[in-house]
Design a protein around this ligand. Structure first.
Ligand SMILES: *[C@@H]1O[C@H](CO)[C@@H](O)[C@H](O)[C@H]1NC(C)=O
Ligand SMILES: *[C@@H]1O[C@H](CO)[C@@H](O)[C@H](O)[C@H]1NC(C)=O
Ligand SMILES: *[C@@H]1O[C@H](CO)[C@@H](O)[C@H](O)[C@H]1NC(C)=O
Ligand SMILES: *[C@@H]1O[C@H](CO)[C@@H](O)[C@H](O)[C@H]1NC(C)=O
Ligand SMILES: *[C@@H]1O[C@H](CO)[C@@H](O)[C@H](O)[C@H]1NC(C)=O
Ligand SMILES: *[C@@H]1O[C@H](CO)[C@@H](O)[C@H](O)[C@H]1NC(C)=O
Length: 442
C-alpha cells in the first residue's frame, strides 16, 4: 500500500470527532422501507433504461466474483482484500436517516456487500451527493469503534491508528471509501411509520471515490456481520420488486415485517431453497441451481456448470444489484441453442442492449411464434418466469431479446428476473423463499 494512502488514512483518525454519551441496545425490529430504481422517473426511454442497466450489470458481473481470482499470497494487502463492487453498479436506492437529530439521505442497497457507509465531514476527498455530507459533530449519538470491537474485526481489511478502527473498501487499485468505523442511530421506514435503531455500525467515509448515482452512500445487505440485515433482529429481509419500468416504488421489508405468511398479494405457491455458503465470498447469497428448462426441454447442463468449486469460483448467487441474469458459459450456450431451436425466427444479436439471444419483432405476418418459457430448478424449488421477467423489447432496433448474458465465472440470478416476486432472504433459517406477487399492491 502506498505511503501516501497510509498517510491519508491516518489523518482520518485525527479529524474524526470524539463524542460520547450512553449506549442502548438494539431491539428486535421490523419495518418497511421503499426502493426506487435508479432510473425511475428520470424520463428516459425504455430502450435507454435497459441498455444502461445491462452495461452496469456487465461491469458488476466482472467484479462480483473477483476475490476468488486473487491470490491470497499476494504481498499487496489492498489487492488481497475483497474488491468492492462499484457503488454505481447497484440498481436500487433506499431512503433512511442518520444521527440525532436524524438527517435524511438515500443510499444504494447492495446484496453483494455488507458495509453500511455514507460520506462524512470533514472530507479529505468526497464525491458530489444530493444531500449534505453527514457531520458527526452535529449528532449526539456518534461513537467511534476501537480496534478490538467485533465489528472492526469483521471488516475485510481493518486498519488501526491510535486504537481507532479505520475501514477501507477498495477497488483493485485505490481507495473507494475509507473512514472511521462508528456506531450511529439510524431511522428507517416510510416517514411517519419510521423506527429508530440505535448503535448501528457504519463507515463514516472521509475519503471517497467513484459515482454514487444520486445516492449518498450504500447499505450492505450481504450475509456478513456488518450488513444491515445482520445488525437488526430477526435476521431476515424481503423485497417485492415492481415491474422494471413502473414508477411505483418497491417495498423492502425487514425483520418481523419480512414474512410470506403475512401478505395477501401472493399469487402463486411459496417455494424455498437453502442458501449455501462460499467461504471465499461469504457475503454473497449462493443458492443451489440444479437445472434449467426452456419450453419443453430440460437442458442437458453438466453439473460442473453451476458447481461451487473448492477454490471459491463458480456457483450461483441471487442478487438485487445485477439487472439481467448471467449464466455460466456452458449453461448459457445451451439456453441459446434451445431458443434457436424452439423459436421459428432467425436469431440475431443486439449491440444496443449487449444481448445475443434476440429475434426480429414483431414476426412477419402469418408466422406464429411462441416464446418458450424458462424455469430455473433450484434444490427444492422451481422458479418459472413469466415472459415479462426475461424478454426485453428494443424499439430502436425492433428486436425482442432474452435478458440473460454469459458469465466466465459464477452465475447470477438478477433483479429483472425477480420482478413481481416476493423474495424473502431468511438468514436465521438459511432459506431463500419466493412466490409470485403483485408487488405494486403491497
Ligand atoms: C418519524 O415519524 C415521526 C412521526 O411519527 C415524524 O415526526 C418524523 O419526522 C419521522 N422521522 C423521519 C426521519 O422520517
Ligand atoms: C456499538 O453498538 C454495539 C451494538 O449495540 C455495541 O455492542 C457496542 O458496544 C457499540 N460500540 C460503541 C463504540 O458504541
Ligand atoms: C440525478 O437526479 C437528477 C434529477 O432527478 C437527474 O437529472 C440526473 O440524471 C441524476 N443523475 C444520475 C447520475 O443518476
Ligand atoms: C409461515 O407459517 C408456517 C405455518 O404456520 C410456519 O411453519 C412458517 O415458518 C411460516 N413462515 C414464515 C416465513 O414465517
Ligand atoms: C416456420 O416459419 C416458416 C415461415 O417463415 C413456415 O413455413 C414454417 O411452417 C414454420 N415452422 C414451424 C414449425 O412453425
Ligand atoms: C420442479 O420441476 C421438476 C421438473 O418439472 C419436478 O420434477 C419437481 O418435482 C419440481 N419441484 C418442485 C419443488 O415443485
Amino acid at each position: 500500500m502506498s505511503t501516501r494512502l497510509l498517510f491519508l488514512l491516518s489523518i482520518i483518525t485525527f479529524i474524526s470527532p470524539t463524542i460520547s454519551t450512553t449506549c442502548t441496545s438494539n431491539a428486535n425490529t421490523g419495518f418497511r422501507a421503499s426502493l426506487r430504481h435508479i432510473n425511475a422517473n428520470c424520463g428516459l426511454p425504455k430502450d435507454e433504461i435497459i441498455s444502461r442497466a445491462v452495461q452496469r450489470s456487465s461491469k458488476r458481473v466482472k467484479t462480483l466474483f473477483s476475490t476468488s481470482k486473487i491470490s491470497t499470497t499476494s504481498t499487496n494487502p489492498v489487492a488481497s482484500t475483497r474488491i468492492l463492487v462499484q457503488p454505481n453498479e447497484g440498481e436500487y436506492l433506499m431512503d433512511l436517516a442518520i444521527g440525532t437529530p436524524p438527517r435524511p439521505y438515500s443510499a444504494m442497497i447492495d446484496t453483494g456487500s455488507d458495509l453500511i457507509w455514507t460520506q462524512c465531514t470533514p472530507c479529505v476527498l468526497c464525491v458530489d451527493q444530493p444531500t449534505p455530507y453527514f457531520d458527526p459533530l452535529a449528532s449526539k449519538t456518534f461513537f467511534r469503534h476501537t480496534c478490538s470491537s467485533s465489528f472492526c474485526q469483521a471488516l475485510d481489511y481493518p486498519l488501526c491508528f491510535s486504537n481507532i478502527c479505520v475501514y477501507m473498501y477498495s477497488y483493485s487499485d485505490g481507495a473507494n471509501t475509507a473512514g472511521v468505523l462508528a456506531n450511529e442511530t439510524f431511522t428507517f421506514g416510510i416517514s411517519s411509520n419510521n423506527v429508530t435503531v440505535p448503535n448501528i455500525a457504519f463507515g463514516c467515509g472521509n475519503l471517497n471515490e467513484g459515482s454514487l448515482f444520486n445516492g449518498s452512500g450504500m447499505v450492505g445487505l450481504g450475509r456478513g456481520p456488518l450488513s444491515l440485515v445482520n445488525q437488526l433482529g430477526p435476521s431476515k429481509f424481503a423485497y417485492c420488486l415492481t415491474y422494471f419500468f413502473s414508477p411505483i416504488s418497491s417495498p423492502l421489508l425487514f425483520g418481523s415485517m419480512a414474512n410470506l405468511n403475512n401478505t395477501n398479494v401472493i399469487t402463486g405457491p411459496v417455494q424455498s431453497t437453502p442458501f449455501i455458503i462460499n467461504t471465499a465470498l461469504p457475503s454473497l447469497y449462493y443458492v443451489s441451481l440444479i437445472g434449467i428448462t426452456v419450453g419443453t426441454a430440460l437442458l442437458p447442463i453438466p453439473a460442473s456448470a453451476f458447481a461451487l468449486n473448492l477454490d471459491g469460483t463458480g456457483g450461483v448467487i441471487i442478487d438485487s444489484g445485477t439487472s439481467i441474469s448471467y449464466l455460466q458459459m456452458d449453461a448459457y450456450n445451451l439456453v441459446k441453442q434451445a431458443f434457436q431451436t424452439q423459436v421459428n425466427l432467425s436469431m440475431v444479436s443486439n449491440d444496443n442492449f449487449g444481448l445475443d439471444i434476440c429475434f426480429p419483432w414483431p414476426p412477419p405476418p402469418f408466422v406464429t411464434v411462441k416464446i418458450p418459457s424458462i424455469t430455473f430448478h433450484f434444490d427444492g424449488a422451481n422458479m418459472t418466469l413469466p415472459e415479462l421477467n426475461y424478454m426485453l423489447y428494443d424499439g430502436s432496433t425492433g428486436l425482442y431479446c432474452v435478458g440473460i448474458g454469459p458469465s466466465t465465472d459464477g452465475s447470477i440470478i438478477g433483479n429483472f428476473q425477480q420482478q413481481d416476486m416476493y423474495v424473502l432472504y431468511d438468514l436465521e433459517n438459511g432459506l431463500l423463499s419466493f412466490a409470485p406477487a403483485r408487488c405494486d399492491q403491497m
